[in-house]
Write a new protein. Structure first.
Length: 585
């Protein structure tokens, strides 16, 4: 008798002979019942297979749809990178986390909204950014914008110049060289630190006259910007003309038009002629204010004179979209809510909430554009720093802490402290020698009550305004802050981390969480697949290394110490340069 196979010999449960016999038996049995393997059994098998196939196909469609949606939102794609793309980068200058808390509660109060009704920005929170510069834990806007434009840390005051005093190529310059259309939209002077860092290279931010020339194309790389909208007209007009703040007689507008073929608009009528981007001939320069566009709380009452940030955003998006309609490349656009920072410097909470709301509206306008665009487009937004050390609570001297703040006090205000201080200066200039009692009454009735809606002004507050009118801009801000129980720690910048927002999209997960501000700058150029190294080398060959001793010479030329210009203080010349515009209103 043959030995029984051990289990580990892996003897089949049925050998081949037995399998064949069983199959034959089944076939005969089916034939006896009137069914052949090619009829009933085959039909049932086919039905089962069809059902399984349909189930698997449905599951595959669902999985692909979910994966596709996830890919669009997170950017974890595995396919080839699309060639044509648009990148919109928004900067909320000086806006810290507390600015969002302040504005969100204000909006809920004035519009009667529930506590869970949030800003558009809140719905697109992405992460936070660390803001230190190369020489300070507290950055200024120039070093902050250099981190965005070049992806490098630098010293406070630097305009796309490294700590070694060498120029660094920017994302905008590289984008233009690669075939993208480019644009800058701001509500401050277009030669201010943030826009300047994308299209110019100077030792310090106070060199506005040089920045203006470089921005229109009179620089080492030629013209790199296709569209600029904002304020700062005075830096483009020759010294000696009525609206100029230049220190030389260079007519930058004339150079822009005759040498670099810019079209030019200088007022509301000129802006309206652009038809929100439908009638723009690039390159286009729009300078709609002598210096800064007024705070939104004031501009809304001067809409016939100044366009809003949202209007300029719509115009830029459409103009650049049309320009690149038949191009293999899209566009790069930087949009700045510039005057959030100024409201923080002044410590004016009423001005601040309206600036943030306008920035939020511009953010929504970009999202709407992305939704309709057939070109891959993403939005990344962040701040360069926080300004003012804003706190949504205040302990009054001699009182116990009050765990509350009062948006209703801000809702009563219809003017910024900047506008009110200008009105006070204008009134004093037009009424020399006015009795102080009469001036006190006018200030109380016209500015305190008429502008801020305050009925309980203290005599000491009125005395300060009458006796020290040059400090009125911060006095008005302190008066409204006290009524709202809003606190501030400084008139300068702080080191607090700032928020990052995004529309989402390919690769945007790279700036999730807490990152350096330079990581944001590197992401911008990487997403557009740009190489800035050749731009940097070209700049070095043409500009060389800037001498640190030139700072002293800069001070002598500008009349404003370069180190002070880098410190981010409240510019005293706001008052002087706005007086002409206020007089014309």
């Amino acid at each position: 008798m043959a030995a029984q196979a051990a289990p580990n010999d892996r003897t089949p449960l049925l050998d081949d002979t037995e399998r064949r016999e069983n199959i034959n038996d089944d076939s005969e049995s089916n034939s006896d019942n009137g069914h052949s393997p090619s009829s009933g059994g085959s039909n049932r098998l086919r039905e089962v297979l069809l059902f399984v196939w349909a189930l698997l196909a449905t599951a595959a469609v669902i999985v692909l749809a979910v994966w596709s949606q996830h890919n669009r939102q997170t950017g974890h794609g595995t396919g080839p990178t699309p060639e044509k793309r648009n990148l919109i980068f928004m900067v909320s200058d000086g806006m810290g986390p507390a600015s969002l808390s302040l504005t969100r509660s204000f909006r809920q109060h004035v519009e009667g909204l529930s506590e869970d009704d949030t800003l558009t920005l809140d719905k697109h929170f992405w992460g936070t950014s660390r803001t230190r510069s190369s020489n300070s834990l507290v950055t200024d806007s120039a070093a902050g914008a250099t981190a965005f434009s070049c992806g490098k840390k630098s010293y406070n005051g630097a305009i796309s110049i490294t700590p070694e005093y060498e120029p660094c190529g920017t994302v905008l310059e590289a984008a233009k060289r690669a075939g993208y259309a480019t644009g800058l939209v701001v509500t401050t002077d277009i030669t201010d630190a943030t826009p300047a860092c994308f299209a110019s290279h100077v030792l310090t931010r106070a060199m506005n006259d040089d920045i203006a020339l470089q921005e229109v194309g009179d620089g080492p790389l030629g013209r790199v910007v296709d569209l600029m909208l904002g304020g700062g007209r005075c830096h483009f007009l020759p010294n000696g003309t009525a609206d100029s703040c230049r220190l030389d007689e260079t007519d930058v507008v004339k150079i822009a038009q005759e040498k670099y073929n810019w079209t030019y608009a200088s007022d509301r009528a000129g802006f309206d002629a652009l038809k929100l981007g439908e009638n723009v001939q690039l390159p286009a320069l729009g300078l709609f204010a002598h210096y800064n566009v007024p705070f939104e709380i004031d501009r809304r009452n001067l809409d016939h004179i100044y366009p809003s940030l949202t209007e300029m955003t719509h115009t830029a998006l459409r103009a650049l979209e049309k320009e690149t309609e038949h191009s293999d490349h899209g566009f790069f656009l930087m949009i700045e809510g510039s005057r959030i920072d100024h409201a923080g410097h002044i410590n004016d909470p009423a001005a601040q909430v309206h600036e943030v709301l306008q920035y939020d509206a511009a953010f929504q306008a970009v999202l709407d554009f992305i939704e309709k665009s057939e070109t891959e487009t993403i939005l990344v937004a962040t701040s360069d720093h926080e300004t003012g050390g804003l706190g949504t609570a205040l302990q009054e001297p001699g009182h116990l802490p009050v765990y509350n703040w009062f948006p209703r006090a801000l809702a009563k205000a219809n003017a910024s402290s900047e506008f009110l201080s200008l009105q006070l200066a204008k009134h004093i200039a037009e009424n020399p020698g006015e009795h102080k009692g009469n001036l006190r009454s006018w200030v109380n009735e016209t500015l305190i009550y008429g502008g801020l809606g305050i009925t309980d002004v203290h005599p000491e507050e009125l005395d300060t305004l009458v006796e020290a009118p040059l400090a009125a801009i911060t006095t008005f801000a302190a008066i409204i802050s006290l009524r709202a129980h809003v606190g501030w720690s400084t008139h300068g910048h702080t080191a607090v981390d700032v928020n990052i927002y995004s529309s989402g999209g390919r690769d945007t997960e790279k700036i999730r969480g807490n990152v350096e501000n330079t990581d944001v700058g590197k992401f911008l150029r990487d997403w557009l697949d740009l190489d800035v190294a050749p731009i940097t080398e070209e700049l070095k060959s043409k500009l060389g290394k800037v001498n640190r001793n030139d700072l002293a010479a800069m001070d002598a030329v500008s009349g404003r110490p370069a180190e002070a210009a880098a410190a981010g203080e409240v510019p005293q010349h706001w008052m002087e340069q706005h007086m002409r515009e206020v007089a014309a209103i």
